[in-house]
Design a protein around this ligand. Structure first.
Ligand code: GSH
Length: 234
């Protein structure tokens, strides 16, 4: 039995963090049965970061490592037909999504125009959270942003990075089908993980405004969402 430990839902998305949502979507798309445990405390995770899985007693952290483990151990077919060049493209997009992660996170916690909407959604949907706890999380994130570099950027410069990332995705995602062909592969799960965390959030950031005017990104996100939110065997 596989258990996925990741952050809780928000705005109808199964994890309010792109990395956990990527693994959730990957497992649903690949047909891997699992139990989903939503947690806020990452202290038990490998390297203190979510998501992680426990697979028959083996603990594996890091979304890419988890996907590689599942592909190998269960001989999954979702990425089986990919060429070496397609695997390289997966890696490049995955690394670019790491950049988008910081901008998305910055928009929620650091930009005072959007933090109140994010905070209020968390408090509304997860009443066990407190304003004080969220203030602490915010301070922790401010430190992460500072050391990652993005915390030293004014908002326009931070969003310019995220919008450049989204621009590349808007040129990559086709009007129909998926990035590597007619069926989704793991990179579609990765893209969904981050775009769904922008698109379905009722927070009108520059990132969301960009997605809204790119029909291919909205179509891709909503199609994957419909597939992964369906209970298995439905
Ligand atoms: N490379 C990791 C990154 C995961 C990650 O950045 N997780 C963050 C999401 S906010 C986290 O758990 N942060 C808590 C911390 O760093 O203390 C992956 O792909 O899973």
């Amino acid at each position: 039995m596989i258990t996925l430990y990741s952050y809780p839902e928000l705005f109808g998305v199964a994890d309010n963090n792109g990395y956990g949502l990527k693994v959730f979507a990957f497992m649903r798309l690949a047909g891997v049965p699992f139990v989903h445990e939503h947690i806020f405390d990452a202290s038990a995770a490998p390297r203190g970061q979510l998501p992680y899985v426990v697979d028959d007693g083996e603990t594996i952290g890091d979304s890419e490592t988890i996907i590689a483990h599942l592909n190998r151990k269960y001989a999954l077919t979702i990425d089986a037909g990919l060429s070496a060049a397609q695997h390289d493209r997966d890696l490049l997009v995955t690394r670019m999504l790491d950049d988008l992660y910081w901008v998305m996170s910055y928009s929620r916690w650091k930009d005072e125009r959007y933090f109140p909407a994010f905070r209020d959604a968390l408090l509304r949907e997860h009443p066990q959270l407190t304003i004080e706890g969220l203030r602490k999380a915010q301070e922790f994130n401010f430190q992460r942003y500072f050391y990652a570099g993005i915390g030293r950027y004014p908002p326009e410069a931070a969003y310019a990075r995220g919008l450049a990332d989204l621009g590349a995705l808007a040129r990559l995602v086709p009007p129909t089908g998926y990035v590597q062909g007619p069926e989704p592969s793991s990179i579609d799960a990765g893209i969904y993980g981050f775009i769904a965390n922008i698109w379905f959030f009722d927070i009108d950031t520059p990132l969301k405004r960009f997605v809204a005017v790119h029909g291919n990104l909205v179509r891709h996100c909503e199609e994957i969402h419909a597939r992964v939110m369906q209970p298995p065997n439905a």
